[in-house]
Design a protein around this ligand. Structure first.
Ligand SMILES: NC(=O)c1ccc[n+]([C@@H]2O[C@H](COP(=O)([O-])OP(=O)(O)OC[C@H]3O[C@@H](n4cnc5c(N)ncnc54)[C@H](OP(=O)(O)O)[C@@H]3O)[C@@H](O)[C@H]2O)c1
Length: 394
C-alpha cells in the first residue's frame, strides 16, 4: 500500500532552522513532501529552494520582492504569494500536515495562530510567537486536531523526558544554557563588546537575532516563558543551569528525586526531526555524541546580576497580560539597534527594562492589543536610544 507522505510547510525556509528542516526532509523524501516555502526578503535563496523542493506555494513576506520572485520562478508550477496574508494562507492549506514555524520574531505570530486554527501540527521554533501571544496560542490550541510540538532543543529535550510521565510528578524543569560567548565576563568587561564578538556563539550556528539573545541570556529568558506555556508549570518550577558544552539539552526532575536528561550533539536537525516524525523517531545520518572524546560535562549557576534577562522573564510571568509581549518586542528592537551599532551591548538590558516597565498594561490582550503592545514597546526602545545619543552628543 502507498504510504501517505506528510505535507510540510516551512515558514522561514531561508533561515537557519528552515534550511536544517529541509536537510531532514531531503534525507527522508519517502516520508515528507514540501507543500510551502516562505522567506522574508531573500528571493534568490527562496527561488533556489523552490527549484529543489517543488512546493505547491512559495511566499515572500516582503511584498516589494514579489515581482522579482515571480520572474526568477517563471515556468515553475509553484504558486507565488506575497505579504503576511500569503504567509497565513499557506499555514492553513489542506495539503499541509505539519507547519514548521521558523520565522524569526513576533512576525511569526499570525501564521502560528493561522496554522493552529486550521487544526495543523505546528513544529514551533519561533519561540517569540508563544512568548508574546501565549493566551491566543492556548486558545487556538483548543481547535480539535491542533498540536504544538517544540523544536527548540531545550523544549524538545523536556518533551522527550516527559514521555510516559505524569505532569503531577514533575518537580522541576531544568533548562540548560551554554552561557554564550560572554560566559564568565563581568559588566566592566562587557562595556565595549562588539556585535561581531557577540555573534560568535561557541556551540551553535544560528540566525543573528537568536545568537545575540544567547549572548545576553535573553534567549534563555524567552525559553523560561516558552517552557511555562508549553508544559503548564509554575514559573518557580523552571530553573536554568549553565552547561557550556551543550550536550545535555535539558532535564526534568521528578518527585522521587530522579532526574532525566536528554543528550546529543548540539545539532538542531535532531529536535527538528523529532517534531516532524513525532510520535515516531526517524534515523538521521549525522554525527553522534562520543562519551570519550567529549567526556567533561560541566554545570554552573547563571550569573543573574550581569545577565539580568532571566529576572525579566520571571517578572514578566508574574505580571503576565501583555508584559511578555512587551518584553519580546523591546528585546527585538534593542537587538536590532545593537546589531546596527547604535547602542552598546549593556544598553540592551537597560533599554528592555525601561520599555517593559513603561509600556501600557493590558490584562487580557487580544491580537490587536498585542500588535499595539509590540509597536509601543519598540517605539520606547528606539526613542530611549535616540535620546541617549542626543544627550551623549550634546
Ligand atoms: N537557529 C537555531 O538554531 C534556533 C534554535 C532554536 C530556536 N530558534 C528559533 O527559530 C526561529 C528562527 O531562527 P533562525 O535562527 O532560523 O533565524 P534566521 O536564520 O534569521 O531565519 C529567519 C527566517 O525568517 C524569515 N523572516 C525574517 N523576518 C520575517 C518577516 N518579517 N516575515 C516573514 N519571514 C521573515 C527569514 O527570511 P529571510 O531569509 O528572507 O530574511 C528567514 O527565512 C527564531 O524564533 C529562533 O528563536 C532557532
Amino acid at each position: 500500500m502507498k504510504r501517505h507522505k506528510k505535507g510540510v510547510a516551512v515558514l522561514g525556509a531561508t533561515g537557519s532552522i528552515g534550511r536544517q528542516t529541509l536537510e531532514v526532509v531531503a534525507a527522508h523524501r519517502e516520508s515528507y513532501e514540501v507543500t510551502a516555502l516562505t522567506a522574508g526578503r531573500d528571493v534568490e535563496g527562496l527561488a533556489r529552494l523552490v527549484r529543489e523542493f517543488r512546493p505547491t506555494f512559495a511566499v515572500i513576506a516582503d511584498e516589494s520582492a514579489y515581482g522579482r520572485l515571480k520572474s526568477l520562478l517563471a515556468g515553475e508550477p509553484t504558486k507565488i504569494l506575497a505579504g503576511s496574508e500569503g504567509l497565513t494562507a499557506v499555514a492553513a492549506t489542506p495539503e499541509t500536515d505539519v507547519v514548521v514555524a521558523a520565522v524569526v520574531g513576533f512576525a511569526g505570530l499570525a501564521s502560528t495562530l493561522a496554522a493552529l486554527n486550521a487544526a495543523k501540527t505546528v513544529a514551533l521554533a519561533n519561540k517569540e510567537s508563544l512568548v508574546a501571544g501565549g493566551g491566543l496560542v492556548a486558545r487556538a490550541l483548543k481547535t480539535p486536531g491542533a498540536r504544538l510540538l517544540p523544536v527548540d532543543s531545550e523544549h524538545s529535550a523536556l518533551f522527550q523526558c516527559l514521555v510516559g510521565e505524569s505532569p503531577e510528578r514533575v518537580e522541576k524543569l531544568i533548562l540548560t544554557a551554554s552561557g554564550g560567548p560572554f560566559r564568565g565576563k563581568n559588566r566592566k568587561e562587557l562595556e565595549n563588546v562588539t556585535p561581531q564578538q557577540a555573534l560568535k556563539h561557541p556551540n551553535w550556528s544560528m540566525g543573528a537575532k537568536i545568537t545575540i539573545d544567547s549572548a545576553t541570556l535573553m534567549n534563555k529568558a524567552l525559553e523560561i516563558i516558552e517552557a511555562q506555556r508549553l508544559f503548564s508549570v509554575e514559573p518557580e518550577k523552571i530553573s536554568v543551569v549553565v552547561h557550556p558544552q551543550s550536550i545535555v539539552h535539558s532535564c526534568v526532575e521528578f518527585c522521587d528525586g530522579s532526574v532525566k536528561a536528554q543528550m546529543g550533539l548540539p545539532d538542531m536537525r535532531l529536535p527538528i526531526a523529532y517534531a516532524l516524525a513525532y510520535p515516531e523517531r526517524i534515523s538521521l545520518p549525522f554525527p553522534r555524541y562520543d562519551f570519550f572524546s567529549q567526556a567533561n560535562l560541566t554545570f554552573e549557576p547563571p550569573d543573574r546580576e550581569t545577565f539580568r534577562s532571566l529576572d525579566f522573564a520571571y517578572e514578566a510571568l508574574k505580571r503576565e497580560g501583555n508584559v511578555p509581549c512587551a518584553l519580546n518586542a523591546a528585546n527585538e528592537a534593542a537587538v536590532s539597534l545593537f546589531l546596527e551599532g547604535k547602542i552598546s551591548f549593556l544598553d540592551i538590558f537597560e533599554a528592555v527594562e525601561r520599555a517593559v516597565t513603561r509600556t501600557s498594561f493590558v490584562a487580557e490582550p487580544e491580537y490587536a492589543d498585542l500588535i499595539e503592545t509590540d509597536r509601543e514597546a519598540r517605539t520606547r526602545v528606539v526613542e530611549w536610544a535616540e535620546n541617549k545619543t542626543a544627550v551623549g552628543v550634546g
